[in-house]
Structure formats: C-alpha cells, structure tokens
Design a protein around this ligand. Structure first.
Ligand SMILES: [Fe+2]
Length: 134
C-alpha cells in the first residue's frame, strides 16, 4: 500500500534510502489493520523513534551545513512529529497494541508521508541538489 517509488524521491540518495525504509515499516503496520491483532506495533514504534533520532538528525545536519533558509519551518515540522509520536507512544503505554492505535498511527503516518516527504522534504532535496548534493 505504501510503496516508495521515484515519485517520492527528493533527489538526495542518503535521504531517499531512509525514506524507503520508512515506507516499508509503515506498510507493514498498515497490513495488520482490521481484525488482525497489531502484533508488530511496538516494533513500529521503536522504528519510528529511531527514525526520529537518525533521519531528522541527518536532514537537520544538511540544513545547517548549507544554511537552508527553510530550516525553522522544516525543523518545526520535525518537532511537531516528535510531540505527536510521544502522544501515540503514551497511548501505547496506557492501553497496549490496540487495533485503534494501529489505525491512528497508520493514518498519521500516511498524512506525514504525503505532506512532509511529498512537499517539505522535496523542497529541501531540490535545495540540496542545487548545492551539489546527490
Ligand atoms: Fe524532513
């Protein structure tokens, strides 16, 4: 369902490689929607925490390196994601791996992929390519 294709490419290999992994992780979560118990939910939460610390860190490093003018906005989106992520994690800690939480995370991530990767990261990618990265 969530399959990384060239359409999602930001044009910078290191960023694209991490985005591919994210798509695969979210795809595996969404496959467990419905009546199936979301057994892998904790794995996805762990994966997303790793994504936050490594992937956001990489993008922010590149933004700082080249004094990206869109840095404050882009960083703000990352911070909002982190806050939402921990809200969802708190829900997991309280109620466990419920189908409702799996559905919520799936929907949230679906929106993130389209709006953040599809627009905000792409704008960053275009800027970085302009600076000679690929
Ligand atoms: Fe980003």
């Amino acid at each position: 369902m969530f399959e990384w294709t060239e359409r999602w490419s930001v044009g910078v290999d290191t960023i694209d490689a991490q985005h591919r992994e994210l798509f695969a992780a979210i795809d595996s979560l969404l496959r467990e929607e419905g009546d199936a118990p979301p057994r892998d939910l904790v794995k996805v939460l762990d994966y997303l925490e790793d994504y936050v610390s490594n992937h956001f860190g990489l993008e922010e490093l590149y933004m700082r390196r080249f004094s990206y003018p869109g840095f404050p906005f882009h960083k703000g989106e990352h911070v909002a994601f982190i806050n939402d992520y921990y809200d969802m994690h708190d829900e997991y800690d309280k109620s466990g791996a419920t189908p409702e939480l799996a559905d919520k995370i799936g929907r949230y991530m679906g929106g993130w992929l389209v709006n953040h990767i599809g627009e905000v990261d792409k704008a960053l990618g275009a800027f970085l390519r302009d600076k000679g990265m690929k």
